[in-house]
Design a protein around this ligand. Structure first.
Ligand code: GTP
Ligand code: MG
Length: 225
């Protein structure tokens, strides 16, 4: 990613279940706390969880790898569970104070689309769903600029209906997601339990792929594998 996730923009990780989206998000909540000279932003994280997958134990397990104190790291993560899409929207609309007070430099929404997808079902609700999702994503962009934070969202994939022979998947959220995520990374499972991260869209980098491995230390890149 050319040094990490960008501030003042949205980075989207999408892929099938178990590809490491939530693992990456949790690790970013640790690494954002690193000092600038070690690649961090010396700030806290706000984690909006829609799927109940955030695990404090996992954070505490990852922290020592980056020479950070697990308890301290946990204290600088503000966690909120969103129960519905509307709740998710309201949580972020009321997060300004929390972001300022908590010195938040990373906002995670994991997953940004799941509630919208499960609540707005059927053709006739597609337009209102996309409208609401669009509004939500633009709010996130405004927040990232106002507070100079990184915004990281996760997204699921669905099988492409017209792909008959090969298994082709595409991210949920259609053009709305596609136009608002500045950086998009597709995660898929590879051989030997590896994950492959593919940079699909970036404002300044070419397409590229890199292997990842999920271990007890967190998500490890090529240099660690
Ligand atoms: P969905 O949210 O279901 O779409 O999936 P996801 O992409 O968010 O997957 P997630 O990030 O939850 O990754 C799950 C994978 O991480 C599983 O394959 C787990 O085996 C692996 N994993 C999670 N915790 C650990 C751990 O402590 N050690 C190891 N080695 N692997 C772990
Ligand atoms: Mg997940």
């Amino acid at each position: 990613l050319g040094g990490g996730v960008e501030t003042q923009s949205i980075t989207e990780f999408y892929g099938e279940f178990g590809t490491g989206k939530s693992q990456i998000c949790q690790q970013l909540c640790v690494t954002v706390q690193l000092p600038y000279e070690h690649g961090g932003l010396d700030g806290g994280a706000l984690y909006v969880d829609t799927e109940n997958t955030f695990r404090p134990e996992r954070i505490m397990q990852i922290a020592p790898r980056f020479n950070l104190d697990p308890e301290d790291v946990l204290k600088k993560i503000i966690f909120a569970e969103a129960y519905t899409s509307n709740h998710q929207v309201v949580l972020l609309e009321n997060a300004d104070e929390v972001i300022k007070d908590g010195d938040i430099r990373l906002i995670v929404v994991d997953s940004v689309t799941s509630h919208f997808r499960s609540e707005y079902i059927g053709r006739e609700l597609l337009a209102p769903r996309q409208q609401e999702l669009n509004r939500h994503l633009h709010k996130l962009i405004r927040m990232s600029r106002a507070f100079n934070t990184a915004v990281v969202v996760t997204n699921q994939v669905m099988a492409q209906p017209d792909a008959f022979f090969a298994k082709v998947v595409q991210p949920v959220g259609g053009h709305v997601m596609g136009h608002t995520s500045h950086t998009r990374v597709f995660l898929r499972k590879g051989r030997d339990n590896l994950r492959i991260a593919k940079l699909v869209v970036s404002p300044f980098l070419p397409e590229g792929e890199t292997p990842l491995r999920i271990t007890e230390r967190g998500v490890e890149g090529e240099e660690d594998i």
